[in-house]
Design a protein around this ligand. Structure first.
Ligand code: DLZ
Length: 162
């Protein structure tokens, strides 16, 4: 039995009363721009008002956890989407950053007590990243999914706290 107010998988969520933050890294900017655009347009499609979407940038993905925390402290958000693109190089840099950022963002949502949507692409090639940002012909923009996830999780969490 579904728990009342927590919704079904195929439910359409209403974001009109929500305030959502987006924190994005600036590395791999072509892919980042497409992902941020995808997330933003999905938020608006689900009813989030333009004035209730706050966007902040940080230098690279490693700065995402601290940037997300900084934005969360600046105003009251219902959810924050953290977006970065890591592309594997020839050293261990990728592994260290991917690991640190995933754990950092997971810990942060417990600390902040709001949903933090994991928008970090960890790709082996630039082409993989472009596919996942919907830039290539058969690609799909994951930013759109992150926008949906933010509205769904914020709505569920707000309902659960009532
Ligand atoms: C240094 C670095 C490298 C090599 N690659 C990426 C990347 O693919 N994606 C990304 O978002 N950031 C990268 N960075 C920058 C680090 O995330 C970070 O900004 C710097 O190490 C400064 O802390």
């Amino acid at each position: 039995m579904p728990i009342e107010g927590l919704g079904q998988i195929d439910q359409v969520y209403d974001g009109s009363g929500l305030k959502i933050g987006i924190v994005h890294a600036r590395w791999n900017d072509k892919v980042i721009n497409a992902l941020v655009e995808g997330a933003q347009s999905q938020l608006k499609k689900m009813g989030v008002k333009s004035e209730n979407i706050e966007i902040m940038s940080v230098p690279g993905s490693y700065e995402l956890p601290f940037g997300t925390k900084t934005l969360a402290k600046a105003a009251s958000f219902d959810a924050i989407i953290s977006i970065g693109v890591l592309i594997k190089g020839s050293t261990m840099h990728f592994e260290y950053i991917a690991d640190a950022v995933s754990h950092g963002l997971m810990r942060l949502q417990e600390e902040l007590n709001i949903p933090v949507i994991f928008g970090l692409l960890t790709c082996l090639t630039e082409l993989q990243a472009e596919e996942r940002a919907g830039i290539t012909e058969n690609g799909h923009n994951h930013g759109v999914d992150w926008g949906s996830a933010a509205v769904e999780m914020a709505t569920k969490w707000n309902n659960a706290r009532k």
